[in-house]
Structures are given as C-alpha cells and as structure tokens.
Design a protein around this ligand. Structure first.
Ligand SMILES: NC(=O)c1ccc[n+]([C@@H]2O[C@H](COP(=O)([O-])OP(=O)(O)OC[C@H]3O[C@@H](n4cnc5c(N)ncnc54)[C@H](O)[C@@H]3O)[C@@H](O)[C@H]2O)c1
Length: 260
C-alpha cells in the first residue's frame, strides 16, 4: 500500500457510501484530506459511514444528492465546495448497472428507452454535470478528476450493452475533458474489471471462472482506491489516461494459448 500526505487537500467523491467510492473516500481521509462523501439522499449507508469515519477522527461530511438530477448536483456542489473552502480532487464514481442480472446484448426488451435514459443519465451525464459543477473550483486549485469507467467500456462483456456503451462514453469524455481542461486540471479514468463490492448486478462467478483470470481473483475496493488516489495527487504528468485494473483479464484467459 502506497501512503499519501494530503493534509490541506479537499475532495469530493460521488457514490461514496459503498464499494470503490467508500474505499477511495476513506483512503483520502486517512491520508489527511477533508472529504465530502456523496451518495443518494435515501441511502442510509451514507450517514452510517460518515459517522463512523468522524468518530475515528477524520475530516469528512455527507454531501447527499443524485448525480442524475441537475438541480441536486448544483445544490450539493455549491454547498460542499463552500464547506470545503474550495476543491482539489473530484472522483466521479457513482454508477449503476440498472439490472440485478446480466442482460444479453440483443435483449432489446429490457434495454428499452427507459433503461437507456437511466444509465446514460447516471453513468455518463452524471460525471459530465459533476465536472461542470466543480470546474471553477478545480481550476483555482489546479486540481484533478478521476472517473470510474469499466473494462466493459473497452471490451464490453459487462452487465449489459447499454452499460458498456455508457462506460465507453465516459472514457471518451475523460479524454475530451483532459484536452480541454489542461494544463489547469488533469482528468483520468480507471477501468476496473471484476470488483468485490455490493454492486447491484450480481455476477455469480464460480472460482473456476475466476481461475481463468491471470490473478485468479476479484479486485478489492481498496486496490481501486489506491490507483484513484495515485492519479489524483501523484500522477503529475498523466492526463487523458485510462488505467486498467483487471487482474490481467484483458491480457487473455490463462487457459487460452493461441498458436499463431
Ligand atoms: N462492481 C463492478 O464489478 C464494477 C466493475 C467495473 C466498474 N464499476 C464501476 O465502479 C463504480 C463503483 O461501483 P461499485 O462496484 O463500488 O458499486 P457499489 O454499488 O458498491 O457503489 C456504487 C454507489 O453509487 C451510488 N449511486 C448510484 N446511483 C447514484 C446516483 N444517481 N447519485 C449518487 N450516487 C449514486 C450507489 O448508491 C452506491 O453507493 C461504478 O461507477 C461502477 O460502474 C464497477
């Protein structure tokens, strides 16, 4: 585990009540930063984790709001940036598969207009509108953004084709924002493979399937958090980059040997 010295830094993490977002908020706080944890207003885990971290002596507070709702985003960012006294780091991590089970790419019944709108709004427009709400504060501090994409946005094969398309869009947005916001703000993405989290879409992967991945296991939220915090505060010549964290998944399965 790398250690970071982030005293005086101010961060906002969306989707921070569980999984990768929570681990990232915790690592930022443990490293000395003041952290606004965002999640949906009706998610009881948000206050639970904020109170737990406060009781441990960390500088954190809840910034509830829905990244899919423009008015909610404006209110939460205005309030959080005022409380923080500025902003150094934004982590656009909130996301949804919109389904409890994987959907076949040609299942047009489930992937209807409402499904498209929901996933586009949360997974793609959400990061775009949070970035817009944070950009002035980040320019002032010379800050950094990390977006949580997915290997699904690079090779597909996630919870649905629509989900993969939103994450591919987020990768494109990362590069566009990196071009537009440099040199003031660095913008990068991580692309997780298989994650051990409370993700709504349950992939019941048997160990035999995991054994085909080179590292033979899922990634832990803390492993993704470490990469996010590295890109935020240490990767000073890295922007427009997508850091793949997939245990080797995209290198090919261990049981496949092509004779070329
Ligand atoms: N779990 C995986 O297998 C996996 C793989 C690749 C990428 N990802 C991405 O990682 C990110 C984090 O996922 P996770 O695995 O930690 O899952 P998670 O379900 O543990 O965390 C996601 C959090 O986002 C919050 N959220 C959802 N919609 C929101 C909204 N509209 N506004 C604010 N908050 C909202 C949820 O309440 C939840 O707390 C997501 O963007 C996801 O797409 C996950």
């Amino acid at each position: 585990m790398i250690s970071f010295q982030l005293q005086g830094k101010r961060a906002l993490v969306t989707g921070a009540a569980s999984g990768i977002g929570l681990a990232t908020a915790e690592l930022l706080a443990r490293s000395g930063a003041t952290v606004a944890l965002n999640d949906l207003p009706n998610n009881p885990l948000l206050d639970e984790h904020v109170n737990r971290l406060k009781n441990q002596g960390f500088n954190v507070f809840a910034a509830p709001g829905n990244v899919a709702d423009p008015a909610s985003v404006n209110t939460l960012f205005e309030s959080a940036i005022t409380t923080l006294g500025g902003l150094d780091y934004l982590v656009n991590n909130a996301g949804t598969p919109g389904t409890r089970e994987p959907v076949a790419p040609d299942n047009f019944g489930i992937q209807d207009e409402a499904f498209w709108q929901k996933l586009l709004n949360i997974n793609l427009q959400g990061p775009a509108r949070c970035t817009a709400a944070a950009v002035n504060a980040l320019r002032q501090s010379g800050g950094a953004i990390v977006n949580t994409a997915s290997t699904a946005g690079l090779i597909g094969n996630g919870s649905s084709a629509v989900y993969a398309a939103t994450k591919a869009g987020l990768i494109a947005l990362t590069k566009e924002h990196a071009r537009a916001l440099g040199p003031d703000i660095r913008v990068n993405a991580i692309a997780p493979g298989i994650v051990e989290s409370d993700w709504e879409c349950r992939f019941e992967l048997p160990q035999s399937a995991l054994d085909t991945v080179p590292l033979q296991r899922k990634g832990q939220p803390e492993e993704f958090a470490e990469a996010i915090v590295y890109l935020l505060c240490a990767g000073s010549y890295i922007t427009g980059h997508v850091l793949v964290l997939d245990g080797g998944l995209m290198a090919g399965t261990r049981d496949t040997q092509l004779s070329l």
